[in-house]
Design a protein around this ligand. Structure first.
Ligand code: BGC
Length: 409
């Protein structure tokens, strides 16, 4: 972990200096919220499994008033279809939301969380560098996504609405927590994908950087990581993400399990018929690791559902062990890069740092937060208590509202 942290810091420096680096280090063009942001803002939140819209009422003084959120499934045809139909779908969802909530076009302040690498030139403009996760919408890479959304809004007769700000979800998590806690200087997402951002104070006030750590490529990989990469739709990219985030952990377990099966070390039947597992997800990892029953009942249920009929008690123990190994490695890689980030801001941990963290893996996995805590302790000893890891649920959308409220409309 120490070695990864050190190498990661060097990679961050290279990225900032414009040298060759797997870290994009993208500036966010906003300052840190003060907590005094006020007003009703609408947030669009795009980048995970669902597309979400939220109406957030900011009261100032770090307080939130009422909040209404709606999730919209993104039909598969849009995830891999054309940019125009994709943004038209987003605009139509917004139209429905506004009608349902009785929001008029004239008084809407709109923040847009777009959870992909964006090269920004200002607070309300950003060019998509590359799609990640399962997204493959055509004709969007290399284009300004705010312009594309504005075009769709105009087509839906909502041209008066102007996007106030576009941000990454890590920036959203950061802004949501910073709104109520001035110690927050790092934002982390660990869900379908993974990424981090940080705020570094400097002579000009400070700068907020979206690291895009999912693309970090200096980690030691296994044959299973290489197999996951080969099976992906973005080979050679997002190497860290493929070892750490929810979209891939299940696949790693699946590759390991099937390798054990191939070597006749698992699910051995009397007639030597091999049972392979398919479509193993990270939700199953959480479910299996939650299992503290002596008979490993959850594990047995999962195997039954996956069609593995002949599992022994030993098989169940092994499967749980594989899950634990994969999720623990994920947490420890996360700790390593996180500590690289924090020591970049404050080398000797001379003050408190609050890390806003959000994402389904962190929230739902039974041991993830514990593994992070333990890892930080190993690295920093008693000083680890200076690092507060704070679950910032819905941070990505709340943060977009906060940032929209900072931005003069
Ligand atoms: C994207 C990041 C995003 C992260 C978490 C990654 O795949 O590249 O921009 O922050 O997922 O959603």
């Amino acid at each position: 972990m120490r070695r990864i942290a050190k190498e990661f810091r060097a990679e961050m420096r290279a990225g900032l200096a414009g040298k060759k680096s797997s870290l994009k280090m993208l500036p966010a063009y906003i300052g840190a919220p003060t907590g005094d942001e006020r007003g009703r803002c609408v947030a669009l939140d795009l980048g995970g499994t669902n597309f979400r819209i939220a109406l957030v009422d900011l009261k100032g003084g770090g307080r939130l008033g009422s909040k209404k959120t709606r999730a919209y499934a993104i039909p598969k045809k849009h995830v891999t279809g054309s940019g125009t139909s994709f943004f038209d779908y987003i605009a139509r969802c917004l139209k429905c939301f506004m009608e349902e909530e009785g929001i008029s076009q004239e008084d809407i302040r709109l923040g847009f969380t777009f959870s992909f690498p964006l090269q920004q030139t200002g607070i309300a403009s950003g060019v998509l560098v590359k799609w990640t996760k399962a997204f493959r919408v055509s004709g969007v890479e290399g284009r300004d996504v705010v312009k594309m959304l504005q075009g769709a809004l105009a087509r839906q007769r909502m041209g008066v609405i102007k996007v106030s700000a576009i941000i990454n979800d890590t920036i959203g998590a950061f802004a949501a927590l910073r709104y109520r806690d001035a110690r927050c200087d790092v934002g982390v997402i660990i869900g379908t994908g993974t990424n981090g951002c940080y705020f570094a104070q400097d002579a000009h006030g400070g700068r907020l950087i979206n690291i895009e750590w999912g693309n970090y490529d200096k980690l030691p990989t296994t044959i299973y990581d290489k197999a996951v990469d080969r099976a992906s739709n973005n080979r050679g990219e997002q190497t860290l993400e493929k070892m750490v985030s929810g979209m891939y952990l299940g696949q790693i377990v699946e590759m390991m399990v099937n390798d054990l099966v191939n070597n006749s070390l698992l699910f051995i039947t009397p007639n030597n018929k091999r049972s392979y597992v398919r479509r193993f997800t990270s939700e199953l990892i959480s479910y299996i690791e939650e299992d503290t029953t002596k008979q490993l009942r959850n594990v047995g249920r999962v195997l039954d559902d996956l069609g593995v009929s002949n599992h022994s008690a030993k098989d169940r123990v092994i499967l749980k062990y594989v899950c634990r190994t994969v999720s623990r490695r994920s947490a420890r890689i996360l700790v390593s890069v996180l500590s690289g980030v924090i020591t970049t801001i404050d080398e000797n941990l001379s003050r408190d740092h609050a890390v806003a963290i959000d994402g389904s893996l962190y929230e739902k996995h039974p041991a993830f937060s514990d593994n992070i805590r333990k890892g930080l302790k190993e690295l920093f000893g008693s000083k680890a208590s200076r690092i507060k890891i704070i679950l910032t649920k819905d941070g990505s959308s709340e943060g977009a509202a906060v940032v929209a409220a900072i931005t003069p409309s």
